[in-house]
Design a protein around this ligand. Structure first.
Ligand code: ADP
Ligand code: MG
Length: 282
């Protein structure tokens, strides 16, 4: 506003405001979808304060971080346009439909799970196009559900921000300015190794007391975030009791993860861990 302009000088200043024209999405950007998805497709309360909830926020895809067997993980920046300056980079895990995957999960994992709609159950078993896209969405939804439940009971998992079809946006686990390495790439000293073990055992006890097994636990699906471990990659969580192979998955998880600690010089016993976790599960 130009206060010397004769057209504005007589106007009560409280009726006059400067405004920036609304910033639309630039090339490669799109508006946030946070409020477009249903309530249960947004993460649990309390929503951490780093989550950008501005309705006019803009998303920018920063490219692929890791290409996996059945999903890609990209970096997505979400930036408020309300003048608050809030911005966050999240992990966007996008499941591919089955024809674009190099890996097919065995149906062993899904036994004991029910598909409520019989039309969907038929489509899944016939592997129709509808069935294939449903399957990608179901793995995404299974991981979303697990992240929500575990986050709520205090298992160290990334905070789930939202799910939209086959895409999950979640907290990006970092160390300083870098994306956290997988445990498999970490070289902790003896004290930190022991601390990691105690944290992991505690997390697995919590998982077991929820009646669940990770189902694909290894040093590749645990991130080393400085002093803390974070468990990721949870689409295949298995019910220890309802799934007929629940105990097998639990023993395999224990063997895989204890193997890594033992190879780094901490003598831990998979059978002992297994027995302990079974006692938490029942
Ligand atoms: N929330 C996250 N924060 C940081 N890195 C992540 C996150 N989620 C996934 N990653 C990275 O992407 C890789 C693949 O993700 P993951 O969930 O394990 O999928 P996949 O089924 O492809 O193994 C992980 O090994 C890890 O390096
Ligand atoms: Mg993985």
């Amino acid at each position: 506003m130009n206060r010397d302009d004769p057209r504005t000088t007589d106007i009560d200043p409280s009726f006059v405001f400067d405004y920036d024209p609304v910033q639309g999405p630039a090339e490669g950007q799109s508006f946030t979808t946070y409020w477009d998805v249903e309530r249960l497709c947004r993460g649990p309360e309390p929503v951490p304060d780093w989550v950008v909830t501005d309705r006019g926020a803009l998303d920018t895809d920063l490219g692929v971080l890791k290409t996996g067997k059945e999903a890609d993980v990209s970096l997505l920046r979400r930036e408020a346009t309300d003048g608050s300056g809030a911005a966050v980079v999240m992990a966007a895990k996008r499941y591919r439909s089955e024809e674009h995957r190099s890996f097919h999960r065995s149906t062993d994992y899904t036994e004991g799970r029910r598909t409520r709609r019989s039309r969907d159950a038929r489509a899944l078993s016939k592997k129709s196009a509808h069935g294939r896209s449903l399957a990608a969405g179901q793995w995404a939804y299974a991981e979303w559900d697990a992240l929500n439940r575990y986050w709520a009971v205090g298992v160290p998992v990334p905070y789930p921000v939202q799910i939209d079809g086959t895409e999950i946006l979640m907290e990006l686990i970092t160390v300083g300015d870098e994306v956290a390495p997988r445990l498999a790439q970490a070289r902790p000293g003896a004290d930190l190794l022991e601390e990691y073990w105690l944290q992991l055992r505690e997390a697995l006890r919590l998982l077991s007391s929820q009646g669940m097994v990770h189902g694909d636990l290894s040093a590749y699906n645990v991130l080393a975030a400085g002093e803390h471990l974070v468990i990721i990659d949870l689409p295949q969580v298995v019910d220890i009791v309802a799934n007929p192979r629940g105990m097998d998955f639990l023993l395999r998880d224990c063997t895989n993860i204890c193997g890594w600690f033992t190879s780094r010089g901490l003598d831990v016993d998979p059978q002992e861990l297994f027995a302990e976790l079974v006692s938490y599960a029942v």
